[in-house]
Design a protein around this ligand. Structure first.
Ligand code: EPU
Length: 312
C-alpha cells in the first residue's frame, strides 16, 4: 500500500520519491522508500516527524545505516536520514545532536579532553542509533554508550500507527539516563515511540593527547581483526553470554560460505559481506544457514544483532 504525504512548499522541494536506500546503508543493500528526506537539525527532525504523524504515514529514522538490513522491496512510508550534528561543550558536559557520526563525536570529545567516548572512534553509525541500541565497543569490558549519558532531549509520540490512539499527542521531554533502561543491545526506545533529539554526556577532563592516542590504538586493533573496509553491517549476531558469536560461527566452518553474493567474512566470521550486488534475501538466507549450522554444531541459538527494516 502506498501512503500519501501532504507537504508544504519548503518540504516539497526536499522530499524525494522512490529513493533507493542501498546507498544510504553500510551494507549497500535495500529497495526504495516511498518518501525520503535528509534533515540537518534536530528542529527539522521534529518538524518532519510531526508532519508524517499528522498524515498518519509510517516513518523511520535512518542514522548511519550501519546496523540494519533493508528489504529488497524497500520501505512503505517516509525514511528520514538524520544528519543533525551540532555539538557543544560547556562546564565539562558535552551536548550533541543525534545525527552526529560516532567517529566525529569521539574526535570532538578527544579534542576537548573529555574522556569516555574515545573507545567509540571505530564504531560506525550515528549517536541516535547508538543510544537506541546502547551501542558498545567491548561489551565484556563494560564499554556501553548508555553509561556515559547524563540526560537526553527526546520527542515522545503518543498516537495512531504507534499506539492506536485517535488523538495525536507529542511532547519534548528531557529525561535522565535511568529513563532509557539500558541493557545489552537494548534501550526503552525499542519498545516506545520516542525519538532522540539531543544527548548530554558527563565526561571526565583528561589530556587530549592521551585520548587521541587511545582512539588510534583501538582503531588499528579493530582494523586488524575485522573487515572494516568492506560492505557489511558490522556484527550480525549478538554475543551469547560468555561466548563469542564470531568464534562459534568460525568453529562451525562457515568462513567464506556464500549464498548468492552474500558471504561470511574470511577475516571475522560474525561479519557478512556484500561482495557486490547482494540481495537482502540472500543475506537472510545466509543468516538462517549460519544459525542452523551453529545450532547443530554447538547447540547455541544465535540471535541477530541487526535490525530488519521494510519489506523483504
Ligand atoms: N574469533 C574467532 N573467529 C572469528 C572471530 C572471532 O575465533 O572469526 C574469536 C577471537 O579470536 C576472540 C573472540 O572470538 O578470541 C572474540 O572476538 P573479537 O575480539 O573480535 O570480538 P567479538 O566478541 O567478536 C565484539 C563486538 C564487536 C566489537 C568488538 C570489539 C559483539 C557481538 N561484537 O566482537 O562489535 O567491535 O567486540 O573488540 O558484541 C558490532 O557490534 O557490530 C561489533 C562488531
Amino acid at each position: 500500500m502506498k501512503f500519501i504525504l501532504d507537504l508544504n512548499k519548503a518540504w516539497e522541494k526536499r522530499v524525494k520519491r522512490d529513493e533507493a536506500l542501498a546507498s544510504y546503508t553500510y551494507f549497500k543493500i535495500g529497495g526504495p522508500a516511498d518518501y525520503f528526506v535528509i534533515v540537518k537539525t534536530s528542529q527539522e527532525l521534529k518538524e518532519i516527524i510531526l508532519l508524517a504523524e499528522t498524515a498518519k504515514i509510517p516513518w523511520i529514522i535512518l542514522g548511519g545505516g550501519s546496523n540494519i538490513l533493508v528489504g529488497d522491496l524497500g520501505f512503505r512510508g517516509l525514511v528520514i536520514k538524520n544528519e543533525a550534528e551540532s555539538m557543544v561543550v560547556s562546564n565539562g558536559t558535552l551536548t550533541a545532536e543525534s545525527g552526529v557520526k560516532m567517529a566525529k563525536l569521539a574526535a570532538f570529545a578527544n579534542e576537548n579532553g573529555l574522556a569516555g567516548l574515545e573507545v567509540f572512534m571505530s564504531v560506525p553509525g550515528t549517536l541516535g542509533g547508538a543510544i537506541f541500541n546502547n551501542s558498545h565497543f567491548r561489551p565484556e569490558k563494560g564499554e556501553f554508550i548508555g553509561d556515559l549519558v547524563e540526560s537526553a532531549e527526546i520527542l515522545l509520540i503518543n498516537r495512531g500507527i504507534y499506539r492506536n490512539l485517535e488523538e495525536f499527542k507529542s511532547e519534548i521531554r528531557t529525561v535522565d539516563r535511568d529513563w532509557f533502561r539500558f541493557g545489552y543491545d537494548y534501550s526503552r526506545l525499542q519498545d516506545e515511540p520516542g525519538v532522540i533529539l539531543k544527548v548530554k554526556f558527563k565526561l571526565k577532563k583528561t589530556d587530549p593527547g592521551k585520548l587521541k592516542k587511545r582512539s588510534m590504538e583501538l582503531l588499528k586493533e579493530r582494523n586488524s581483526r575485522q573487515p572494516l573496509g568492506q560492505s557489511s553491517c558490522g556484527c550480525m549476531f549478538k554475543n551469547p553470554e560468555n561466548l563469542s558469536a564470531g568464534q562459534l560461527i568460525d568453529n562451525a566452518g562457515m568462513k567464506g560460505k556464500k549464498v548468492g553474493r552474500a558471504m561470511v567474512s574470511d577475516k571475522h566470521a560474525n561479519f557478512v559481506i556484500n561482495t557486490g550486488g547482494a540481495k537482502a534475501s540472500e543475506v537472510l538466507e545466509l543468516m538462517n544457514l549460519i544459525k542452523e549450522t551453529v545450532k547443530n554444531k554447538s547447540g547455541v541459538e544465535l540471535e541477530p544483532e541487526i535490525f530488519m527494516v521494510g519489506e523483504f
